[in-house]
Design a binder for this molecule. Structure first.
Ligand code: NAD
Length: 437
């Protein structure tokens, strides 16, 4: 079916290949690598390609002295990792969070490679980040930090090289500052250097909602496959930022009762269903869910364990793990966040028959519409929102059905099927291009 010979029962000689260089060793790198290794093992990926794809192609560490508003100078650490450039420029978000580290960035860059490949986009994966707490910084401090970070990673980025986008803790303003700093260096406006920027400087209609919209398109398609009717269906969403709040909004617009949502402060629960537009307005006004009047306060742990049809983790990595996976009481998990399920957690969900739509498929709406934004910037010709949403639906549902068919024909889960399809495209590209020099 996929145009390559599948060897599923041959014993691989590569089981020894488990080392992780200490620079990248981190829980997220281990999880992402274990998914890759499992898929590579399963279809006996060429050992040389496997060795190459286990590591990022490039990783840059930078330090940035920034004058804070109180006059002190604080030196921040930042990173940018590019995993693979065989299909085109690299693409991936920039994260501002206190836990950012090189291993996480390298892992998330690898994850982006699989995501772009699975959606058929002409990109490899990248990721970047700064170890900082944006919640404790003023807008002026964030702007200075972003501009200095852009100057430091300048040699790596560009519309033909590597195209950043928003991720946890960053937004369209951060993208605008990156675009401006890069353009000032070049001497002319270069909108194609980032995606997820404001519409007025070359952003795309539909980009802000794209990841959440894609998550819900995929969730609805999976429900159709599992024979789950929308009537009476309930959902729980962890994380109420871009992906979480927009997923919750589209779920409720589709007629699904969203009974619980959470952010980093707490969770809120209402068995009759939360009024999502009210929750969004409350969060926008108060910057927290705490105190929302029409819901009971619960912890993030309790939220994931609520009885419901679908759980959407849309916050950080490693939220569904060995400690709690056996307590989830849902039919499906649709991974809005990147890498929200650990290897151990995934095994438990599988054993319990919980249907998991993996991140590289479920949250690919963001990078798909980022691709549209980049194409529009390069063409200098902008599309209508309806056209963008239709094209997004077409690409993500085509990918979903391809993965579904493959998972059914090979009797493997959706994660393994997604990984196998994605890695295979990469492997074909590497084999076709050959080894340089
Ligand atoms: P965001 O910063 O807009 O929102 C993150 C949310 O998670 C916030 O509501 C925050 O309060 C919450 N959160 C943080 N720690 C938490 C915790 N321990 N428990 C519960 N909630 C917590 O970020 P985002 O852009 O919505 O990204 C969320 C996830 O989706 C990340 O894993 C990101 O990599 C992934 N993702 C984002 C996009 C995108 O287009 N933004 C695309 C694909 C994947």
């Amino acid at each position: 079916m996929m145009g390559w010979k599948l060897v599923t029962n041959k014993k691989s000689p590569l089981t020894y290949m488990t080392e992780i260089p200490s620079e990248f060793d981190s829980p997220t790198y281990r999880d992402v690598l274990s998914q890759f290794d499992a898929a590579a093992e399963w279809f006996c990926l060429d050992p040389n390609i496997r060795k190459r794809l286990r590591l990022p192609q490039r990783a840059l560490c930078v330090t940035m002295p920034i004058r804070m508003d109180n006059g002190d100078v604080h030196v921040f650490q930042g990173f940018r990792g590019q995993h693979d450039t065989s299909l085109g420029p690299t693409k991936g978000g920039i994260r501002y969070h206190p836990d950012v580290n090189l291993g996480e960035v390298a892992a998330l860059a690898m994850n982006m490679t699989w995501k772009c490949s699975l959606a058929g986009l002409p990109y490899g994966g990248a990721k970047g980040g700064i170890r900082c707490n944006p919640k404790n910084m003023s807008r002026r401090e964030l702007q200075r930090l972003t501009r200095r970070y852009t100057a430091e990673i300048f040699p790596l980025i560009g519309p033909d090289h590597d195209i950043p986008a928003p991720d946890v803790g960053t937004d369209e303003h951060v993208m605008a500052w990156i675009m401006d700093t890069y353009s000032q260096q070049r001497g002319y406006a270069v909108p194609g250097v980032v995606t997820g920027k404001p519409i007025c400087i070359g952003g795309s209609l539909g980009r802000e909602e794209a990841t959440g919209r894609g998550v819900v398109y995929v969730a609805l398609e999976a429900m159709k496959h599992l024979g789950i009717k929308i009537d009476g269906t309930t959902a729980v969403v962890q994380g109420f930022g871009n992906v979480g709040s927009i997923s919750a909004r589209f779920l409720s617009e589709a007629g699904i009762k969203v009974i619980g949502v959470s952010d980093s402060t707490c969770g809120i629960y209402n068995s009759n269903g939360l009024n999502i537009p009210d929750v969004i307005a409350y969060k926008k006004a108060k910057h927290t869910l705490d105190g929302f009047p029409d819901g009971e306060i619960i912890t993030n742990e309790e939220l994931l364990e609520l009885e419901c049809t679908v759980v959407i983790p849309a916050a950080l990595s490693g939220q569904i793990k060995e400690d709690n996976a056996h307590r989830l009481k849902c039919r499906m998990v649709v991974e809005g966040a990147n890498n929200p399920t650990t290897k151990e957690g995934d095994g438990i969900l599988k054993d319990r028959g919980i249907y998991v739509i993996p991140d590289i498929l479920a949250n690919s709406g963001g990078v798909i519409v980022s691709y549209f934004e980049w194409v529009q910037d390069l063409q200098k010709y902008f599309w209508k929102e309806k056209e963008i949403n239709e094209k997004l639906h077409d690409i993500i549902i085509t990918a979903f059905n391809r993965v579904l068919r493959f998972s059914l024909s090979e009797n493997i889960d959706m994660r393994m099927a997604s990984m196998a399809i994605a890695i295979r495209r990469l492997a074909d590209a590497h084999l076709a291009r050959g080894l340089y020099p």
